[in-house]
Ligand binder design. Structure first.
Ligand SMILES: [Zn+2]
Length: 330
């Protein structure tokens, strides 16, 4: 998921259940998207050893957040090293898969007592969306924690908190002496924020994935503003569409038909009307957010910028707009 939201992420702000588990995943695993995350989030007590443990949990989370994995130049080397060190401390089996060079996918395994059973896969992505540093109250990779326990960091919600919750849940289960019947995998995939082509897509279509015999995948959803973890099921298909229009270039003052901008705006207005019709269904309460087709414009590109800050006196011959529609399946 994207957006330059500078809201803090406290330790309670990291829930992730959503009707759209594959919301930002054009190439989701397409397996049964179901959700018992709650069972993995073990209750904590108020005893002092646990309190101490909690400070370590937060500290590990901060370490992960301090690694700058923002697109378009994520530091996957550092995130991989960090995840492997976590794996080592948990005595898990680990592998780094590079379906594409310098796009490491970290795969951890906790072998189950009955390997014949379908396995569980907990997925999260390691990359994060870019940040406009000047608009942050604290540096996006400083992982500042305030007196209320709020953590300020890019990726604190989307979705390093989820990856860390998987690891911390496993840590607690291991301490408790639990041993899973089914094998449990944790995948930390690259490039989700730019479509997952070199990450989840390659992984999901690999023999390696097939041999894992995955029965269920848990993935990201939405952050919760309170203590409740919402459970949803559903499957969505995101698309990424670029509409490019062309037209005759001309002087800025001239009125004529079929300019590139005019042509592009026909599409933008049409999509805008469709978006409004879908959104109205949600606003009126007739449909849930996950039951309609969402579509948002993600970028606009046209014209020649003027170095002086004034508008160039020219109507361009090409114009582009990028959209992210998200459709329901079935
Ligand atoms: Zn995400």
């Amino acid at each position: 998921m994207s957006g330059d939201n500078n809201s803090p992420s406290g330790r309670n702000h990291c829930a992730y259940f959503h009707p759209n588990p594959s919301m930002a995943k054009p190439f989701s695993f397409n397996l049964l998207p179901l959700f018992f995350h709650c069972s993995l989030l073990l209750p904590s007590s108020a005893t002092s050893p646990i309190q101490d443990d909690e400070s370590h949990i937060i500290s590990r989370f901060q370490q992960y957040l301090q690694i700058n994995t923002s697109q378009p130049s994520p530091d996957y080397q550092k995130s991989t090293q960090f995840l492997l060190s976590q794996s080592l401390s948990l005595s898990l089996e680990s592998q780094v898969l590079e379906f594409v060079e310098r796009k490491p996918l970290v795969l951890l395994k906790w072998p189950g007592s009955d390997p014949s059973l379908p396995s569980i896969l907990l997925n999260s992505h390691t990359d994060v969306v870019p940040s406009e540093h000047s608009k942050w109250t604290h540096p996006p990779f400083g992982s500042h924690i305030d007196e209320k326990g709020n953590i300020f960091a890019r990726g604190s919600q989307d979705m390093k908190c989820v990856g860390m919750q998987y690891l911390e849940a496993v840590r607690k289960l291991k301490v408790s002496g639990f041993r899973p019947k089914r094998s449990l995998y944790m995948s930390f995939v690259p490039d989700e924020e730019i479509g997952g082509v070199h990450g989840a897509r390659k992984f999901a279509s690999s023999d390696f994935f097939k041999n894992m015999n995955v029965g269920i995948v848990l993935d990201e959803g939405l952050a919760s503003p309170n203590e409740n973890y919402r459970l949803f099921y559903g499957e969505r298909t995101p698309w990424m569409i670029v509409i490019k229009s062309t037209g005759a270039p001309g002087h800025g003052a001239k009125l004529y038909d079929n300019s590139a901008m005019e042509n592009l705006f026909l599409s933008i207005e049409s999509i805008g009307r469709f978006r409004a019709s879908q959104f109205d269904l949600v606003k009126s309460g007739l449909k849930a957010e996950g039951e309609v087709i969402s579509v948002n414009m993600a970028f606009l590109k046209a014209g020649t910028p003027s170095p002086t800050g004034f508008v160039m006196n020219l109507q361009p011959s090409e114009a582009e707009a990028g959209f992210i529609p998200n459709t329901t399946n079935g």
